[in-house]
Ligand binder design. Structure first.
Ligand SMILES: [Zn+2]
Length: 114
């Protein structure tokens, strides 16, 4: 029963799924895809987010430097798009790690409208 509080919406008691968390810009701005309730996870694992950024940013920087060295000196619009896609693809495993952590260790709570 306790496990349910990590994955199920406290209002409609249906698993909100990973996509609802991925789609939210922050773990404090989750919307239940079933009943549209505003939810958040507590406690937010800031340490995990910080850790991810500490690993991600230098990794991204290294990959960008590599890309820029093989691409033309004048970066074109399509190259910027390509780099954005690459940045997103590299972030995705971190995002999944974060979502899995939230769904295992944090509690879904209804966010009161103020
Ligand atoms: Zn719901």
């Amino acid at each position: 029963m306790i496990k349910m509080r990590h994955k199920n919406c406290p209002r409609c008691n249906i698993d909100i799924g990973k996509l609802a968390v991925i789609k939210a810009s922050l773990p404090s701005r989750i919307k239940c895809p079933h009943c549209k309730e505003n939810l958040y996870y507590k406690p937010i694992p800031w340490w995990l987010l910080t850790f991810s950024l500490v690993v991600y940013i230098p990794l991204l920087n290294t990959i960008f430097e590599y890309f820029l060295s093989i691409l033309s000196i004048k970066t074109t619009f399509s190259e910027i798009i390509l780099l954005s896609v690459v940045a997103f693809l590299i972030w995705f495993p971190f995002e999944l790690l974060f979502v899995n952590y939230l769904r295992k260790n944090c509690i879904l709570t209804i966010r009161e409208r103020s």
